[in-house]
Design a protein around this ligand. Structure first.
Ligand code: HEC
Length: 161
């Protein structure tokens, strides 16, 4: 399973333009999140919706569950919804200019090795902004020195179902 995914991604990396058209939530992202994130971010783990999570973040952090990302609609809250940019901020490998070399705190869950994490990140980036493009981490409001997201940045997102 792990080898398969890796082999698929390795091939996809060689044929980036082909992958760009093909990365979808239902074929690529959902299985990936199911494998790596569901134990803390799915209904099966008693994870809350984003709205519920925001009501009592401390309680959910103690229970070691984060907001649900096990349906397309729940996941988009973290990408371009209520918590715009959270997905990118938490998963970035530290190469985004605003990350200043520090990977997001969910990056480690993307795999057991650097190669596995990098391959999975490539798929997720291709899903959000298209293969080979740097994703943005901006939120709805100003965050430190990072300005709020612009309409152009929002329009750039693909997030195909
Ligand atoms: C071992 C449990 C665990 C795993 C596995 C895990 N997470 Fe999380 N995640 C959490 C917890 C707990 C929080 C809330 C605390 C925090 O913000 O760090 C969180 C928070 C987040 C947030 C921020 C939500 C917000 O807006 O406040 C995102 C985005 C996220 N996780 C994505 C992921 C993705 C994608 C994966 C899989 C690659 C993943 N997580 C794997 C436990 C986990």
């Amino acid at each position: 399973m792990k080898l398969n995914l890796f082999a698929t991604v390795a091939c996809a990396a060689i044929a980036l333009p082909a992958m760009a058209a093909d990365v979808t939530y239902r074929n690529d992202v959902a299985p990936l999140l199911k494998k790596y994130c569901a134990e803390c971010h799915a209904a099966s783990a008693d994870a809350p919706s984003m709205a519920e999570f925001k009501l009592d973040e401390e309680k959910y952090k103690k229970a070691k569950v984060g907001p649900r990302s096990d349906t397309y609609e729940h996941l988009l809250q973290l990408v371009n919804g209520n918590s715009t940019g959270a997905f990118m901020r938490r998963l970035d490998d530290g190469t985004n200019p605003y990350a200043k070399g520090k990977p997001g705190n969910m990056y480690k869950y993307l795999g057991e090795t650097d190669a596995e994490r990098a391959a999975n990140l490539t798929v997720l980036k291709a899903w959000v902004v298209g293969a080979g493009n740097q994703w943005d981490m901006n939120g709805i409001g100003q965050r430190g020195d990072m300005p709020p997201i612009t309409l152009e940045q929002l329009r750039k997102m693909k997030v195909k179902y």
